[in-house]
Write a new protein. Structure first.
Lengths: 251, 248
């Protein structure tokens, strides 16, 4: 318990000082509110949007896009990655496309996807999935290739089936690397959802951000940005929890 | 021994394909194994010892010749590797339990059997330890327990003590011969240590440098249980010299 307080105390202090410095900047520079709102303005805007339900609604939409995008992206990436790790010839055929796809920034094709798939949640899920796909794919390939051959020999010597080798050897052995990819993917997915929403959307935190921008409601922009940070931190936290649960055996 | 063999190997050859016509790892290997016999293949590195074991474990298809198990078409194999080859994410008990899990044995029965094996190899108190916390000797005991738990028809040992220090290795010889006498398994072991082969085996077969061929096949008629001081008897010395000369 004492240790926990010792760990969190510096974080709380640093946040406190950051807010304090922000307040001082506002007071000294006397900047108009639509350029730099004071912490208190942002706080009251936060409470207002919380009370009228709009913040929770839009955050929920963005979170749904992120979670669905992650699920779709991770599923495709791990399945493709496993196939690539197992077959050199498949890798030869597919890798030029995969590398080329990474040369195109997602920001550049996001408008296309919105045109094709509409301005609803679907286009955002696809953008999220695309941005998550590559890091998870690469880590799956690396993870599966790094499974020690001696352990394959062991599994074959006791007549393991393909499925048993997958579940009892390949999955647990490549999990550390896989979760590393997920850690990167989780933070990227937040960017994916926002990029999609900024192109065109009627809902979500990106929409809220743009609305605040158009209406010179800068406090609203701040609220939306802080919610995005909170989402990214929460996702990162989930991955850390997964690592703690499944990778206890690692030091 | 005059009992019927449980395993016969006939004209076994293994050629690994390479750029200049293939690498002959093993050439015309033939031998029989009797039930509950402890056989050692002795040879320098590069004599194809491990290749032979991999063929017997069905991990490698021979180029020609055949391996015939008399009683079962596909015998159960227990294999102990040079490095213990434990799964680092599994505890000692869960590593030992693995073969039973694959066979679909129920959890409580599998745990009970694993506990018995842990006692057999003397690892009580380390059930929940992770491989990273084990010494080399302890890790190899786990490997032996895992190789025996599913009651294999044939136990294959691939230089299991090569990576251990000399004192631990000799202690493991005693352990292994005790376990072998308790379990009455057919064992094929490969090693490059003359002492190890004479201490443990009923029969020693010497392999030549590549391509590996059987150069010598000797019975080790030393009394059991063999104690440490058996190494200083004239019979042991004579056999050791004979093997040494055969290795060349």
């Amino acid at each position: 318990m004492v240790k926990r307080i010792q760990n969190t105390l510096p974080v709380i202090l640093s946040i406190f000082f950051a807010v304090f410095a922000w307040q001082l900047t506002v007071q000294w520079t006397q900047l108009p509110r639509f350029i730099l709102p004071a912490p208190a303005d942002v706080w009251s805007r936060f409470l207002k949007s919380l009370n009228d339900g709009s913040l929770i609604y839009h955050t929920g939409i963005t979170l749904a896009e992120i979670v669905l995008g992650l699920l779709v992206g991770i599923t495709f990436a791990t399945v493709t990655g496993y196939a690539l790790a197992k077959s050199r010839s498949l890798e030869k055929v597919l890798s030029p496309y995969l590398v080329a796809s990474q040369a195109i920034p997602v920001v550049a094709i996001a408008p296309l996807l919105v045109i094709w798939l509409g301005d609803g949640i679907l286009s955002k899920v696809v953008i999220c999935a695309l941005i998550v796909f590559f890091p998870v794919l690469v880590n799956t390939v690396v993870g599966v290739r790094a499974v020690p051959t001696a352990l394959y020999d062991l599994m074959h010597s006791i007549r393991a089936t393909r499925l048993q080798i997958l579940l009892k050897l390949e999955v647990p052995a490549s999990l550390p690397v896989l979760l590393g990819g997920l850690r990167i993917g989780a933070t990227l997915s937040v960017i994916g959802a926002i990029v999609g929403e900024l192109v065109d959307a009627e809902q979500g935190l990106g929409f809220l951000l743009q609305l605040g921008d158009f209406q010179y409601d800068t406090s609203m922009v701040f609220v939306a940005v802080f919610m995005l940070i909170a989402l990214a931190l929460a996702l990162y936290g989930v991955v850390t929890l997964l690592e703690r649960k499944f990778l206890k055996w690692q030091k | 021994m005059t009992t019927n063999p449980i395993l016969t190997v006939q004209d076994l050859s293994v050629v690994f394909p390479d750029s200049n016509g293939g690498l002959n790892a093993l050439e015309n290997i033939s031998f029989d194994v009797s039930p509950r016999e402890f056989i050692c293949f002795l040879g320098p590195s590069g004599s194809g010892k491990t290749t032979l074991l991999r063929v017997l474990a069905n991990l490698l298809r021979p180029t020609s010749g055949r391996v015939h198990f008399i009683r079962h078409h596909r015998p159960r194999i227990g294999m102990v590797f040079q490095q213990a080859s434990l799964m680092p994410w599994r505890s000692v008990l869960d590593n030992i339990k693995l073969p039973l899990e694959l066979e679909g044995v129920g959890e409580s029965k599998a745990r009970k059997k694993s506990q018995e094996m842990i006692e057999l190899v003397g690892l009580q108190g380390f059930e929940d330890s992770l491989p990273r916390d084990l010494s080399g000797g302890m890790a190899q005991r786990v490997g032996i327990a895992r190789a025996l738990i599913h009651d294999p028809d044939l136990l294959l040992l691939d230089e299991p003590f090569a990576s251990l220090d000399a004192l631990t290795r000799e202690r493991m010889w005693m352990e292994l011969s005790r376990i072998w006498q308790a379990k009455q398994k057919t064992v094929i072991m490969v090693t490059h240590s003359i002492n190890e082969s004479l201490f443990l085996a009923d029969r020693v077969l010497v392999l030549t440098q590549r391509p590996g061929q059987i150069k010598l096949d000797v019975e080790v008629a030393l009394p059991r249980p063999r104690k440490d001081d058996i190494r200083y008897t004239p019979h042991f010395g004579k056999l050791a010299r004979k093997l040494r000369e055969a290795i060349g």
